[in-house]
Design a protein around this ligand. Structure first.
Ligand code: SF4
Length: 72
């Protein structure tokens, strides 16, 4: 599940995207990997950050879009 509170402005959209994976190197560096890049050749496996726009951005679709029914 994506936690909106986990947004990282240094990373941008990838910090909230369900396709993003954090990878640590043997030296302790942290990278953001885009799992969707294996299916979409327009995406980079390691996106340039911060990512401000992305056509493939996706959040957890199992969560409701709002807390309750619309009124009015
Ligand atoms: S789909 Fe876009 S926003 Fe999501 S991890 Fe890949 S590059 Fe980042």
């Amino acid at each position: 599940m994506t936690d909106p509170a986990s947004f990282d402005p240094a990373v941008g959209l990838c910090s909230l995207c369900e396709h993003a994976r954090q990878v640590r190197s043997g030296r302790g560096s942290r990278f953001w990997l885009c799992a969707q890049a294996s299916e979409d050749p327009t995406l980079r496996k390691y996106p340039a950050l911060p990512r401000e726009a992305c056509h493939a951005f996706a959040t957890d679709v199992s969560q409701p879009p709002c807390d309750g029914p619309a009124t009015g």
